[in-house]
Design a protein around this ligand. Structure first.
Ligand code: GLN
Length: 566
């Protein structure tokens, strides 16, 4: 019989990284993409930051997205992947999530910018007469605003190193103004700036040889913007050999030891350790004139990596959502934070997570519901709109009545409340305002103060975004997991449990186990442990704060219950 490792009861705290030394100037590392996108630049950036953090340096990480969208909130997840919400409520790209997870720190809003947000600031300043009547130009005013933000992020974090990932690939029209910002900073303080290009070295099947030419071309394109790469991360299906390292060095103007091999790996968590095999942190410290410590502190990271490879049992989790496919492709990025959160908790318990994505559309007619018996636990993540809702409701009912551990996040909680109102309270004409605003009983609805904004088509203003506190009810699944009376969690939703139905739902057996401090908003819902091994819903998104080195206690409780009720 496999034993489950005891979940850590540690209170959620964010890792305190060392303070920046008073004398040291802040250094900047820019990461640009060469050849093509989709080769893991975000994970490479997170891994670079991780090995530098292990040098006991205070590192902060920024992302620049070259879109006109002011933030990532309006982008369709099937096109852009998950929208990651920061503590401040800013809706960002999932790379911000990767940085927070790898570095185990919370990042502020200044660390994320898009072309749209930069232009918006510049135009606002112009309208405010802050340019004192002079011509405001794309160059230098846009790069200057980018530089101002980068420096402000460094100052706010008290950082030794500010790492900035520029989205897209060099040679694209979209990111040229960001390359101009790098050029301007480099000419001002060359010793404080390093540029890393994450490139791709293909091995064409027909010749079976790794080719460096696309990387040479990408470097030339970067050079034409006045920016020179100091380090090249050589992504590829296999490790880059010395011969090609030398070739890249000669043709791309870098030292051979500044070419870092980054072959495809089965686990992204191995990447920081792989980078260190090629001495990445030593090379970057030397480039930036920073002291290098032979004994880097990667112990905690190594321990986590080991835990991913020494599992003693399996836990099977079904994630039932609607955004799983685009054409013929399965999109696992859309629920990235949820998948990661499941993994961290499973590993912390010594379990290998087997995660299956199931489309809620498959469960609309009820014929496939018995498939769910295969899984130890079911998770319904956040979502929007009507598509697939009936399927999700069927799945939730199945999990509730067949006592399969269930975790419902945001929409997954709202629909659990709706399902209960339908099946147990037996309300007719019941819905959420999002699906059927004309239904007689709206158990999930818009709060009155938000309704006014919605009437004026201020959709953005009606979302509850970012971190809010909640009080946890004692002697519940929630309090057993968190071991805390108050919690802070991140939100991204428009609708709330309608307070008018709370008493009836509670009388029918549902427990609201966490509420906003004023008691008005329902933050968590559950069934008592006597009635169900684990049936919990959260109005917030716990997945956003799960980290490899700090698994989320609620996910850990869900995975533990799933494994135990096998
Ligand atoms: N669509 C729901 C709302 O807006 C839930 C949102 C979510 O799951 N993130 O309230």
């Amino acid at each position: 019989m496999t034993t489950v490792r005891k979940p850590s009861s540690k209170k959620i705290t964010t890792k305190t990284t060392p303070k920046k030394s008073a004398k040291q100037t802040t250094k900047y590392i820019f990461i640009v993409g060469g050849v093509m996108s989709g080769v893991g630049k975000g994970i490479a950036s997170s891994s670079i930051a991780t090995v530098l953090q292990a040098q006991n340096l205070k590192v902060t990480a920024m992302k620049i997205d070259p879109y006109i969208n002011v933030d990532a909130g309006t982008m369709n997840p099937t096109e852009h992947g998950e929208c990651f919400v920061l503590e401040s409520g800013l809706e960002t790209d999932q790379d911000m999530g990767n940085y927070e997870r790898f570095l185990n720190i919370d990042l502020p809003a200044i660390n994320y910018m898009t072309t749209g947000s930069v232009y918006q600031t510049v135009i606002k300043k112009e309208r405010n007469l802050e340019y004192k009547g002079r011509n405001v130009e794309v160059v230098p005013d846009i790069p200057l605003e980018v530089i101002r933000r980068i420096k402000e992020a460094g100052a706010l974090a008290g950082a030794d190193i500010v790492q900035v990932e520029v989205g897209g690939t060099v040679g694209e029209y979209q990111n040229i103004l960001f390359l101009e910002a790098i050029r301007m900073m480099k000419s001002e303080t060359p010793e404080d700036i390093a540029v890393v290009m994450v490139s791709y070295l293909p091995v064409p099947g027909s010749i079976g040889e790794m080719k460096t030419k696309p990387t040479q071309t990408a470097v030339r394109s970067l050079n034409s913007a006045g920016v020179f790469a100091d380090v090249i991360i050589a992504r590829g299906p296999v490790a880059v050999d010395q011969k090609r390292k030398d070739k890249i060095a000669t043709f791309c103007n870098v030292k051979p030891e500044h070419v870092i091999s980054a072959p495809d790996v089965s686990s992204i968590y191995d990447i920081p350790l792989n980078f260190e095999r090629d001495n990445l942190s030593r090379q970057l410290c030397s480039l930036l004139h920073l002291p290098y410590k032979e004994k880097a502190d990667l112990r905690a990271w190594k321990k986590f990596v080991t835990s991913t490879k020494t599992t003693k049992g399996v836990v099977k989790i079904a994630v039932v959502g609607k955004y799983f496919s685009s054409g013929d492709f399965v999109l696992s990025d859309v629920y990235l934070s949820v998948l990661e959160a499941i993994k961290y908790s499973a590993y912390s318990l010594g379990l290998k997570p087997e995660i299956t994505y199931r489309s809620s559309l498959d469960f609309e007619d009820g014929s496939k519901l018995t498939d769910l018996k295969k899984y130890d636990g079911i998770l319904v993540p956040g979502g929007f709109g009507k598509t697939g809702v009936e399927g999700k409701l069927n799945v939730i009912k199945y999990a509730r009545t067949h006592k399969i551990p269930y975790l419902g996040i945001c929409y997954g909680m709202q629909l659990a409340v709706l399902e209960y109102a339908r099946s147990v309270l037996k309300l007719k004409s019941v819905s959420t305002e999002e699906i059927d605003p004309k239904a007689e009983h709206l158990v999930i609805g818009i709060m009155p103060d938000q309704r006014e904004k919605l009437a004026k088509s201020e959709m953005g203003g009606t979302m509850r975004l970012g971190a809010y506190q909640a009080n946890v009810k004692p002697k519940t699944q929630a309090s057993a997991a968190y071991k805390a009376a108050t919690i802070t969690e991140r939100h991204r939703h428009r609708y709330e449990v309608n307070p008018e139905y709370v008493d009836d739902l509670e009388a029918a057996g549902l427990v609201f186990s966490a509420t906003s401090p004023d008691g008005r908003l329902m933050e968590m819902v559950e069934l008592p442990k006597e009635n169900h091994p684990f049936f919990v819903g959260t109005q917030f998104h716990p997945e956003l704060t799960a980290r490899p080195l700090r698994p989320h206690p609620l996910f850990t409780a869900f995975i533990k219950a799933s494994f135990e009720s096998k």
